[in-house]
Design a protein around this ligand. Sequence first.
Ligand code: 13P
Ligand code: SF4
Length: 319
Amino acid sequence: MLIQITDGAPVDHVDAIARLKRERNAIILAHYYQEPEIQDVADYVGDSLGLSQQAAATDADVIVFAGVHFMAETAKIVNPDKIVVLPDLEAGCSLADACPADAFQAFIDAHPGHKVVSYINCSAAVKAISDVICTSSNAADVVRLFPADQPIIFAPDRNLGAYVQQETGRDLVLWQGTCQVHEVFSEKKLVELKIRHPDAAIIAHPECEPQVLRHADHIGSTAALLRYVQQSERQTFIVVTESGILHQMAKDAPGKTLIPAPPEGNCACNECPHMRRNTLEKLHHALRDLTPRIEVPEAVRQAALKPLQRMLARDLSAA
Ligand code: 13P
Ligand code: SF4
């Protein structure tokens, strides 16, 4: 229970959130990279694919999205009539920021005949000019939906794109974006850690750089890494992704040893500064005031919905 004193009066955010959720017929969706106390009040905690599926399926009137802007925007794209709030509107993403829609349109124009596969970590405007969306759970499968000789642009994550190239054997044209969290893991420190823990499995998110991924025993989305820890015979895991995932791993696989992989330098850069902008207090206020709301211009929303639906239905027939 987190009790804060506001204007002299104690506020129990957890109780207030539970009450407001009932009153507003709201659902709280949280990404694994959120603070533990946010994950613990959520109705659903998941990876980007799971969250978009939950957003598409909910019959709640209000969606409180504890994640970053592109995730809440995705929820709004599939739910134009629902209220979607994000506890901190400034919670962005370095990948989405690395791919402005006008520059991306020029890139597409420079590659005629290419289909466009965009990672869900992009703006609604970029989704709107893409043929199909993918997440880190399904990126290789989405690329494989196209005929082998189809030229493809993959954006905005060059590391996920390089990993998908390796997995599928396809030659993709990559937009050069990166995740500021996953690009700072140190290969040197990872190798040193493995020497100290030779029995540990290295598990890594595909947003990491190739020189880090080549040491991994298992590569997958946050949900896939969590499943691996639960199901593996191994007892110790070096976890190469944002450290928020350790909360669910410790809950779902008690008794296993989890070692967060070290970033370069002595920073806390394995915490996403955008994800961490959301707090339990901001979430409470977002639910209470139904703001800050996510809005998407209708023409952009309709255009962005099509590639999202193709991903959710795994159907490229109209792409
Ligand atoms: P997943 O949720 O697909 O694992 O991606 C992680 C991420 O970086 C989200 O921003
Ligand atoms: Fe974006 Fe990386 Fe943060 Fe995920 S962890 S929201 S990809 S900056």
